[in-house]
Ligand binder design. Structure first.
Ligand code: NDP
Length: 452
């Protein structure tokens, strides 16, 4: 049966754009629907603008630390509105580049909401139906807000931060995951008074315990107030002047309250269940290793599948989908050993198993760890410390995990990730000559285990 297109992609984010472009390159007739802006979360209101804000915030330290190296400058002034305008301009440019990518690949972009109307049919918001040989759902995820909390309508999410035109004096951030710690560190350095409210005793559940402790210390030292073991029971007031009530009855006044309490897959109202696509308990689309759903002609990639919710993973999944369905070779994405970074300040780079994970798997392990003041701190006076930790398998000497907190951790962990993928042993690290003087050289000069 002839369809209108070979592939219909719902969502022009990282996964959808890559899948559409590569499929078109294989000769498929591709249509992509997007109801917001081309580029998705990463480009428009995620990784990219976030990293620009993180860069902006770190100049606060640089200006201060430069004094130790003989620099004298006037009193620094930070213009948040100027940063936002520059950010908006860059995001517009990137969105244009994404549009060009699709156009140059011969992909048709329809700027409207699309829903699944059957195994081979998609309905557009204007009522038109498009038939497709294959449908790819790449609709991403959306911030989760606990709707039962009284006054939750006063809360904002990371999406809203990128629309702020002025830096708030006081901000409350609820949650202790990636997004919470990244914005807490960035907004605090820009000059806001930041309070983080977490229901457990530490931020970043799932990360290595030493890293979690060290980051909490660094955050507290830089002036961020972290309230642990509590929760928000209600918000009242009005936008710009909100009172946050905690479990013990204490109140905190803030201009903005940001919830960074996780994200939920964008599957509601997409017609998926009606078409026979299966969802899990969290509403994520169930897929096999080739990103195929329970309906053979419908696939899904990226955050909507809630596998590993990172941009490079969505891109790989989108590419593998195109190779498998239109490129004539089945490719499954390997979701193991993915290096990742958290752009807190100081930042985190991590790959492989944490100490607790390795022990829980019943492995005998050897731990190497160092915590030091980086060389720059000797003159800058910064109290910040760098932490590095290696988790090594005792029996095979294989490196099971590498965890870094400190300047450049994100950059370092990308390279460590290659070594880990190649099956590096501790001896391989030891045999590698150090690059001196760097912080990264500690990774290859650690000789004395702290635990085994
Ligand atoms: P995370 O899942 O990382 O963290 C959610 C946080 O919110 C946790 O601290 C969790 O606490 C807390 N929480 C959840 N529900 C509630 C609730 N009802 N009340 C109070 N606290 C709650 O989500 P994020 O929103 O930070 O980020 C979403 C995903 O986006 C990440 O998992 C990651 O995959 C991706 N991301 C990646 C980045 C990067 O690579 N640098 C940057 C930003 C996002 P608890 O620990 O108790 O469950």
């Amino acid at each position: 049966m002839a369809h209108d297109v070979d592939l219909f992609v719902i969502g022009a984010g990282s996964g959808g754009v890559r899948a559409g472009r590569i499929s078109a390159g294989y000769g498929a007739r591709v249509m992509v629907a997007e109801d917001y802006r081309v580029g998705g979360t990463c480009v428009i209101r995620g990784c990219v603008p976030k990293k620009l804000y993180v860069y902006a915030s770190r100049f606060a330290d640089e200006v201060d630390e430069a004094k130790g190296f003989g620099w004298e400058a006037g009193e620094p002034r930070f213009d948040f509105a100027a940063l936002k305008a520059a950010k908006d301009k860059e995001i517009d440019r990137l969105e244009g580049a994404y549009r060009n990518t699709l156009g140059n690949a011969g992909v048709t972009l329809v700027e409207t909401r699309a829903t699944v109307a059957g195994p081979h049919a998609v309905r557009l918001a204007d009522g038109r139906t498009v038939t497709a040989g294959t449908i790819l759902v790449a609709t991403g995820a959306w911030p989760y807000l606990p709707s039962a909390t009284p006054g939750i309508h006063l809360a904002e999410t990371s999406n809203d931060i990128f629309e702020w035109t002025a830096l708030p004096r006081r901000v409350v951030i609820v949650g202790g995951g990636y997004i919470a710690v990244e914005f807490a560190c960035a907004l605090s350095r820009m000059g806001s008074e930041v309070t983080v409210v977490i229901r457990r005793d530490k931020v970043l559940r799932g990360f290595d315990e030493d890293l979690r402790d060290a980051l909490m210390n660094e955050m507290a030292q830089s002036g961020i107030r972290i309230l642990t073991g509590t929760d928000v029971v209600g918000l009242d007031g009005r936008p710009g002047n909100i009172n946050v009530t905690l479990l013990n009855g204490d109140g905190i006044a803030a201009e903005h309250v940001v919830y960074a309490t996780g994200r939920v897959p964008n599957t509601k109202g997409l017609g998926l269940l009606e078409a026979g696509v299966e969802l899990d308990a969290d509403g994520a689309i169930r897929v096999d290793r080739f990103s195929r759903t329970a309906v053979p002609s419908i696939y899904a990639v990226g955050d909507v599948t809630n596998r590993v919710n990172l941009t490079p993973v969505a891109i790989r999944e989108g590419h593998a989908f195109a190779d498998s369905v239109f490129g004539g070779r089945e490719v499954a994405v390997d979701h193991s050993g993915i290096p990742s970074a958290v752009f807190s300040t100081p930042e985190i780079g991590t790959v492989g198993q944490t100490e607790d994970e390795a022990r829980a798997l019943g492995r005998e392990i050897v731990i190497f760890r160092t915590s030091f003041r980086p060389m720059k701190a000797t003159l800058s006076g910064s109290p910040s410390r760098t932490l590095m930790k290696l988790v090594v398998d005792k029996a095979t000497d294989r490196m099971l995990g590498v965890h870094i907190l400190g300047e450049g951790a994100g950059e370092m962990i990308q390279c460590v990730g290659i070594a880990m993928r190649m099956g590096a042993t501790k001896r391989d690290f030891d045999m590698t000559m150090a690059v001196h003087p760097t912080a990264a050289e500690e990774l290859v000069t650690l000789r004395t285990p702290v635990a085994g």
